[in-house]
Design a protein around this ligand. Structure first.
Ligand SMILES: NC(=O)c1ccc[n+]([C@@H]2O[C@H](COP(=O)([O-])OP(=O)(O)OC[C@H]3O[C@@H](n4cnc5c(N)ncnc54)[C@H](OP(=O)(O)O)[C@@H]3O)[C@@H](O)[C@H]2O)c1
Length: 311
């Protein structure tokens, strides 16, 4: 295997699901180094790619660059076309406009690439208005350092403003990456999802498994470890009826698991889920979320149950 083949025909809008790489190197939330190794992560990567999951989402801040570095190593071992998405963090102390371009060059070094497929502004942090970083990211797109530009955690108004600035540089806004799952449907209610569809912006759904809560492997007696456990017991008690419904619907679809049903629900909503996977086993299960669809009736049932458990 000699590195990636041509991926010019691959576009974000055609992709059903991606793979999230936050846990690759992150110790503070995900306990990297305890319970899963670099070999497990590499297996997660290859399992996903073999199953047709050909987008990986990372960021300069994940594992302080380790996530990008590991992804760069894995990319060298496959000839499959894979879209690479990474992000710029507008830390408040980044006062020079050049920091975006400098950060992208460092990301490219770690990834071993000449350009990425999607470069995203991670958060709309002050002190600069979103217009400032939109102008800078348009610049790196026009230099050819990224094929496409996205934002993340932008509300409807911020997204619209970034869209307009980018348009003035002839750069389309390709995506907005926001939290979206059966336990957090804010984007359905605050107009972000609808506006994305109107403007042709792909909504990338992060934490699509609610950081593991929707996989059914946790329960009130066995909450997630570390900081993810904070407040999780009460939540897990509230969502048991939703987990039961995910299991029931999964059975109808040739024994799909709760995770697969929860991810398919996002795909049915017209968004692109990027579940994180630490192991080949998790990646294999998650990739079973693509290539089929829930019925409208099942989507409605899940919507109702998600409303009930979120009250
Ligand atoms: N733009 C942003 O601000 C932002 C914020 C958050 C995330 N993201 C992106 O979105 C991606 C996904 O979000 P996320 O990692 O927060 O949460 P997630 O995808 O909802 O959950 C991922 C975690 O759930 C567990 N899991 C995944 N698949 C499983 C399976 N099949 N069976 C059992 N457990 C499974 C694993 O953790 P355990 O094994 O430890 O339970 C895994 O690390 C991230 O990797 C990142 O790329 C972006």
């Amino acid at each position: 295997m000699t590195g990636q083949s041509n991926k010019d025909d691959l576009f974000l809008h055609d992709i059903e699901m991606g793979l999230g790489a936050w846990s690759w190197g992150d110790r503070s939330i995900w306990n990297y180094g305890r319970g899963y190794s670099d070999d497990d992560i590499e297996e997660a990567f290859h399992t996903s790619v073999s199953a047709g999951v050909n987008l990986v989402d990372t960021a300069e801040v994940y594992g302080s660059g380790l996530s990008e570095h590991l992804l760069g190593q894995f990319l060298k071992t496959t000839d499959q076309p894979i879209l690479v998405a990474t992000k710029f963090m507008p830390f408040p102390w980044r006062l020079s406009r050049k920091s975006l371009s400098n950060a992208l060059h460092r990301s490219l070094d770690r990834l071993g690439l000449e350009r990425v497929d999607l470069y995203q502004i991670h958060w709309p942090f002050p002190p600069y208005p979103v217009e400032t970083w939109a102008e800078e990211i348009a610049g790196v797109a026009n230099e050819g350092l990224t094929r496409a530009v996205g934002v993340s955690n932008f509300d409807k108004n911020q997204m619209q403003r970034a869209y307009s600035v980018l348009l003035s540089f002839n750069v389309p806004l390709t995506s907005n990456q926001v939290e979206y799952n059966l336990l957090n449907r804010r984007v359905e209610k605050n107009g972000v999802l609808d506006r994305c569809k109107e403007l042709g912006i792909r909504l990338i759904a992060y934490s699509p498994l609610a950081k593991g809560l929707l996989t059914a492997k946790y329960d009130p007696q066995n909450p997630p470890p570390g900081v993810r456990g904070n407040g999780a017991v009460g939540k897990l008690k509230r969502i048991q009826s939703l987990i039961d419904l995910l299991k029931k619907i999964g059975k109808i679809h040739k024994d799909k698991t709760p995770a697969q049903v929860a991810l398919n629900w996002i795909i049915c909503k017209g968004a692109l889920p990027i579940p994180g996977a630490k192991t080949g086993k998790q990646a294999a299960e998650n990739s079973g979320a693509i290539g089929w669809r829930l019925t409208l009736e099942e989507i409605n049932l899940l919507d109702e149950m998600s409303d009930d458990v979120s009250r």
